[in-house]
Ligand binder design. Sequence first.
Ligand code: ARG
Ligand code: ZN
Length: 851
Amino acid sequence: QTIFLADYTPFTHRVERVHLTFRLAPGATRVISRIDFAPNPDSAGGPFFLHGEKLALIEAKIDGAPVTPEITETGLTCAVPDGPFTWEAEVEISPESNTALEGLYMSNGMYCTQCEAEGFRKITYYPDRPDVMAPFTVRIESDLPVLLSNGNPTGRGEGWAEWTDPWPKPAYLFALVAGELVNHPDRFTTRSGREVELNIWVREGDLHKCAFGMDALKRSMTWDEQVYGREYDLDVFNIVAVDDFNMGAMENKGLNIFNSSAVLASPETATDANFERIESIIAHEYFHNWTGNRITCRDWFQLCLKEGLTVFRDQQFSGDERSAAVQRINDVLALRARQFREDNGPLAHPVRPESFVEINNFYTATVYEKGAEVIGMLKRLVGDEAYFKALDLYFTRHDGQACTIEDWLKVFEDTTGRDLSQFKRWYSQAGTPRLDVHEAWSPGMTGKAAGTYTLTLRQNTPPTPGQPDKAPLVIPVAVGLLDRDGTEVVPTRVLELTDVTQSFAFDGLETRPVPSILRGFSAPVILTRKQDREELAFLLAHDTDPFNRWEAGRTLAKDVLVRMIAEDAAPSPAYLDALEQMAQDGGLDPAFRALALGLPSQDDMAQTLFDSGHTPDPIRIRRAIRALGQAIADHAGSTFSDLYDEMTVPGPYLPDAEGAGQRALRQAALGFLTLEDEGARARAQFDAADNMTEQLGALVALLHIDAAEEQLSAFRHQWQRDRLVMDKWFGLQASMAPPEKAAKVTRRLTEDADFDWKNPNRFRAVLGGLAANAAGFHDPSGDSYALFTDWLIRLDPLNPQTTARMTTAFETWKRYDADRQGLIRENLERLAAVPDLSRDTTEMVGRILSA
Ligand code: ARG
Ligand code: ZN
């Protein structure tokens, strides 16, 4: 059944107050609800309907009198009084048999919840929709030592605890945790003097992995006060780490629940990349307290209202805490890898979709990451001051409300006087716009600064499913001009492209400038301008915009690779020289240099080749990238040897940005050196490492040359008892196996005694690892497709959400040759034909196949 944005109607009633009692037992938990309803003046009326799924109703009462509602698979209807009334119900549920990890479930003996988007209906009968907001009081009855819910603690006794959340909230923000947990405590005093108790709750053995997350939380709280003027609003803020979790984390009011991988870290077990990810997810969930919780979404079509904005905020935070330039490059890398991939295939959809079958299928890179880009563009267009003025208005005008994208844009219109109706197309039009650029130069009179340089921009968005014709968007294009010796003659200016084609003139120039276009990646578009190699090398050496400097290197690398793949050309010495010079440039941040030494991914190259009219061959792509790596290593071996020594970070490991940058550059050097020394340095580093970044780095370098056997077994022996580290052990082997061995290696991993396939992290490590192994996944035998599909078929009845998400491994299938397409189609059809396939997976496979 398809749900449409256009069909929105308000709920018949308002909820004034919710009281819940949980009598916890693994196989038979009783949930007793008392809910005060009153007619909603904004509703046109209609039957009283409460959502509810897989609930055993014990009894129901209205104003104390028993009632017999009419129950279906999705909920109940009941005759109710005309005025306000109190609904009471008792239901029974079985947390221990809840394998979907949605609603109330168990993870290693601990009770926990995940209600976003529509999990609360698996806990009790309720209007489970975000526009119904209410204050909750929750009583938990259990002998377990730690009993947590949202809000502030308001009562505790032998075998019970009570929590009261004064802030009205939708049911998707409800949370409950009960278990044998220990806490890492701290405190925070808000700007206006509120004393907040902070806790990270974990299993006993994980207590040494909480310090960094706690520090990140306090920094997030300070940052939100300083930058957005937002303070925390309860006496307690709890975070809980859970091993079995479908996503990264969840912003439940006052009780954030995290996948352990998104909060637990120690120097010995977590890499720099893990620390960075944890910092950003902690910030993200904390920032939701205002953008998501205090102001929430009217309906799930508005998901980007909270997600796009909160991603944008967490990216700003990370940019402020670390290097803004490096952060931007990483964000764009992720956007291209996930969102552009989505936008250029059968799953393309607008930032605000207009219909869905299963909302869980729309927690996508488009809603999140492109949603954040749209906010970045808005900020670029109106300027920083106007942006924060609009945000202040948003918070005061809409506090306590469930809002829409229209509300969001209106605060910008009201504070700036701008008409945003054309800009709004970014929310409704899917697809990645292509931006073409033409240049013209008229020198004027010689000797005078009278030359005019004209840029003509042309936009075009290719069709996407259901949207054959596209209208022009408002595209902010940040441009700067350099002269031939690298001086910036025109500093960054934001050109506002609103028509299909538009020209912008720069005059008063002495000589023909070199343009630096789309600085800072000012809009999520694909530049199709053909740049010559000299100009790219010049920008790599001189651009004053760090993003575009990196981008020039990346474009050069892609250009070299395309010619290696399509024409069997050798990498040009000019490119190798430019890259070596950049690597040696001590004036550049090591983290930046590490990024600039990173080669394009196999998937990126497949899309690039496809866009330029080739049929990508994953095996050839892999071979070319490896050959380019070898050529770089041959060319600049001594530079990497020097860098490897120079970038040694002295002293004990600290997960700070500076050390991480040096380690990243050292790792890049190690990767190249390993191609020259047959792994000697990597083996030495593996043996000496006292932190996971260096240990895993060495392992990756050895896996790259398929010479890690000894280290893999040592690693396993050392980390057998640490689940998060073992996920890395599983994931790396699947993702780095040579193409012809990938299916075999992955099958062997699935037969391992420690392959706990019901745990989403472990499942994703192994099968997601295989899907990330581009050449291995697309091995012409089709073995990987079949193995992958077999496992999706096995997981689907237990955990539809994770299964459906993983079908995206096939979203690029139309790029490939007829043989591969045939094999993929066979597997997708085999999946689609499974009896009782979940609604989640059915929707995804249907969309992928309809391409
Ligand atoms: N709101 C969470 C976050 O972005 C994600 C929860 C997604 N859950 C889901 N079942 N789709 O932090
Ligand atoms: Zn979020």
